[in-house]
Design a protein around this ligand. Structure first.
Ligand code: AMP
Ligand code: GLY
Length: 425
């Protein structure tokens, strides 16, 4: 199979690493990729939303399967665009069309979907310019804290957790009246705050059948002890120690199965990943978000634990035959620790030379998130730079092993959290 992988982060490096282990993969192309994916496939110099270049590449390189890493091309309609091309009739695409991607692309759509299909989630209301005054009254009477969500994609910044009514009203005003998040914030979801523990669950579906990949817990805050600003994710662990058979059963019967049935009832075809963000409240699962893709850095622990051939799984999903597939998982714990450039998630610099990568043992799992090859050097090209994944029999063992490897990699201003997995043994 000739595969085109779209994206340039740690998620795509982990995908590329796993895809190239499959005997079914005859050629891998990666657009645009990063310094870490360089040895794993042929890089192509176009971006993930350059639909024209993607179509041309699929035709010229006789691509059999496109694997879409990030959400943006899906939300913008890449699948519909490629489906219109008569020369690509037999192309498999891993990633949903625009309607399916709206589960991530529109919070209001996702909330209505959850409610329509009786899937547990926080109660909510949605507001726009039209019912702005009503929104203000609603906010004033709402118990604290209040969760405000810009409807559209806002690069992970569209959620505000407000601890006072004044803060909520100001955030609401900024989103709707001052268009702080542009179009994305012109509609706002106001949601009940759920107190609990977050976990991420990953579903691969063909629209009718599904398989569950290993779950993960992501560490979103920049600072140790879960303090400071939100980031794209500073580390992850899998499995999550408190997720037992009872909770899995609730997750499957109350959320995953009704989600797939809901897509079918609503006539939404879906081939690809659904990443469900959960808040577990006193042992009960509530959905806080859907994503139409895998998580980053969660993929950097999920792929290493997945023992099933990924290409076989993706091919089965594309053929509508996921029912025939079972998932085999490494029972050990994987932990990934993300190194970022000083200043991230606020202003940070790029272009620092990364040292130590060539002296690591071959078995090290270093997934590049924001790197670039420059001559003989590998330099930083993003806020999140490298995720190091290691295994252990416990979370603390895996985390310690990941830190040891992180400590032998250097670049100016490097920072990472030394406490990923801190709440577990
Ligand atoms: P999202 O962009 O939907 O992933 O939201 C960002 C973060 O906000 C989540 O990872 C949660 O930590 C938090 N969050 C979102 N919705 C809620 C909620 N209803 N209750 C508590 N925390 C929430
Ligand atoms: N790590 C969270 C995400 O990928 O959205």
């Amino acid at each position: 199979m000739r595969i085109l992988l779209l994206g340039s982060g740690g998620r795509e490096h982990a995908f590329a690493w796993k895809i190239t282990q499959s005997p079914l993969c005859k050629a891998l192309f990666i657009a645009p990729g990063n310094a870490g994916t360089k040895g794993l496939g042929q890089h192509l110099p176009f971006g993930v939303t350059d639909f024209d270049a993607i179509r041309t590449c699929c035709i010229e390189q006789a691509i059999d399967m496109v694997v879409v890493g990030p959400e943006e091309p899906l939300v913008k309609g890449l699948v519909e665009y490629l489906r219109e091309e008569p020369l690509l009739k037999s192309l498999s695409i891993i990633g949903p069309g625009q309607q399916g991607a709206a589960l991530e692309g529109s919070k209001a759509f996702a909330k209505a979907f959850l409610q329509r299909h009786g899937i547990p989630t926080a109660s909510y209301r949605e507001f726009t310019k039209e019912n702005y005054q009503e929104g203000l009254t609603y906010l004033q009477a709402h118990p604290l804290p209040i969760v405000l969500k810009a409807d559209g994609l806002a690069a992970g910044k569209g959620v505000l957790i407000c601890s006072t009514h004044q803060e909520a009203i100001q955030g609401f005003e900024e989103m709707i009246q001052s268009a702080k998040f542009g179009e994305a914030g012109k509609k706002v979801v106001v949601e009940e705050f759920l107190q609990g523990i977050e976990i991420s669950v990953f579903v691969l579906t063909d629209g009718k059948n599904y398989v569950l990949l290993p779950e993960a817990k992501d560490y979103k805050r920049i600072g140790e002890g879960d303090t400071g600003l939100n980031t794209g994710g500073m580390g992850a662990v899998s499995p999550v120690p408190f997720v037992d058979a009872v909770l899995w059963e609730k997750i499957k019967t109350r959320v995953v199965a009704p989600t797939i049935q809901g897509l079918q009832q609503d006539g939404i075809p879906y081939c690809g990943f659904i990443f469900i963000g959960f808040m577990i409240v006193k042992g009960e699962p509530f959905v806080i978000e859907y994503n139409c893709r895998m998580g980053d850095p969660e993929t950097e622990v999920v792929m290493p634990r997945l023992q099933t051939d990924l290409v076989e799984l993706l091919a089965a999903a594309a053929a509508g035959e996921l029912k025939t597939q079972t998932i085999k998982t490494d029972p050990r714990t994987a932990c990934t620790v993300v190194a970022v450039s000083g200043g991230y998630p606020e202003e940070y610099r790029k272009g620092f030379v990364i040292q130590g990568l060539d002296q690591l043992p071959d078995s090290s799992l270093v997934f590049h998130m924001g790197t670039q090859q420059k001559g003989d050097d590998i330099i930083t090209s993003g806020g999140r730079v490298l995720a190091v994944t290691a295994f252990g029999n416990t979370v603390s063992e895996a985390a310690a092993a990941a830190r040891t490897i992180q400590d032998s990699i250097q670049f100016e201003g490097k920072y990472y959290r030394r406490d990923i997995g801190f709440e577990f043994k």
